[in-house]
Design a binder for this molecule. Structure first.
Ligand code: G4F
Length: 323
């Protein structure tokens, strides 16, 4: 019989990449999503809200998964300052419903928690599994709570539960509320005359960006090990928002044969309303443990990732011109 997987946040970027991977591997995939959200082909949707523990428990009991991937959350760091309570409810609390269910389930399901490099906050880079957490947002505090709940249930009750501490990962299906997609979409639309400028916040923040398609492989690998263990998943490189913008505009300039776009600063304006009340200055992960123990390695380089996103957004912008 095929293995059953259950994904919260199945309609999000990671949920979609993971759904495709697990369907390919022959899993029967169940997705917990809000009403109206679309899931990938061959995924069984369970409609519910992460703020409703009864709905989540019911979905787990009816689908009886062997593996649960808790990816759902309020995942916008900036938005978490505006609504910390909602962020807490849907980011910190749902894993407790999952862990309680797993603790009492007879078939010993395995649990993956989407932990985040934001948990490291101002902890000095490079960050690895031993780096202390120093969260700088309501989102990061909620993620630390969820991560620590996983450690507790592993230790106290022997639940096979792990926290994958993933550094930033993006793709062409990332919403434009995150800076990478905002930049590639903005640069492509500027090239086609669909917008004049791009407003950004802190250009000096540095992040360790990888390709989401590579990172979901690490999630799956973590649940295939003999023993449960947390891992950092990262590319090991770090780049500023400024560098990302420079590279994206250069790629657009090359693809559209518009050399003036190389002068990216002409098109980018800093808008202080995109700055956060507290910021994480530098994230740079050390994924040596994942590399040695899981055999995981990212395939897509930073420059290939920027190019992949730019090419996608140029096609999207061209569609806007000729609807
Ligand atoms: O793209 P971002 O919004 O991602 P952020 O805050 O790093 O969080 C993402 O990665 C985390 C993993 O570390 C996840 F846990 C989390 O759920 C999410 O996926 O912002 C990246 C950086 C920040 O320093 C931000 O201040 O870009 C800076 N930035 C500059 N201008 C901007 C903008 N961010 C956004 N969203 N929009 C801007 O205009």
């Amino acid at each position: 019989m095929s293995r059953r997987a259950f994904i919260t946040g199945a309609a999000g970027q990671d949920g979609r990449f993971l759904s495709r991977l697990l369907v390919e591997k022959g899993y029967k995939v169940h997705g917990f999503v809000r009403r109206g959200a679309a899931v990938e082909p061959n995924v069984t949707p369970h409609i519910g809200d992460l703020a409703d523990p009864a709905a989540l428990k019911h979905a787990l009991e009816t689908s009886l998964p062997d593996e649960v991937y808790n990816l759902g959350a309020q995942s916008h760091v900036a938005a978490s300052f505006a609504d910390p309570l909602h962020t807490w409810r849907v980011t910190a609390e749902p894993i407790l419903t999952v862990l309680e269910w797993a603790q009492h389930a007879k078939h010993a399901p395995r649990i993956y928690q989407a932990s985040s490099s934001e948990q490291f906050g101002t902890s000095p880079p490079p960050q690895n599994e031993k780096s202390p957490f120093a969260p700088q947002s309501p989102y990061a505090i909620a993620k630390v709570a969820a991560h620590m709940s996983v450690s507790l249930y592993r230790k106290a009750y022997g639940v096979f539960a792990v926290g994958g501490i993933l550094f930033n990962h993006t793709s062409p299906i990332r919403p434009a509320s995150f800076v990478t997609r905002k930049i590639t979409q903005g640069a492509a639309r500027i090239a086609y005359g669909l917008q004049d400028k791009l407003e950004l916040g802190n250009l000096d923040a540095k992040r360790d960006w990888g390709f989401a398609g590579d990172y979901v492989v690490a999630m799956w690998l973590m649940l295939q090990q003999d023993a449960p263990k947390d891992f950092v998943i990262a590319s090991g490189g770090t780049h500023s928002v400024r560098e990302f913008a420079e590279l994206a505009f250069a790629a657009v300039a090359e693809s559209t044969n518009k050399p003036e776009l190389r002068d990216w600063e002409r098109y980018v304006e800093v808008n202080r309303s995109y700055m956060r009340p507290a910021e994480v200055p530098v994230l740079c992960g050390n994924a040596t443990a994942a590399c040695e123990q899981l055999g995981w390695r990212p395939k897509c380089s930073f420059t290939d990732l920027v190019r992949l996103m730019v090419e996608h957004d140029l096609k999207e912008a061209a569609k806007e011109l000729k609807p």
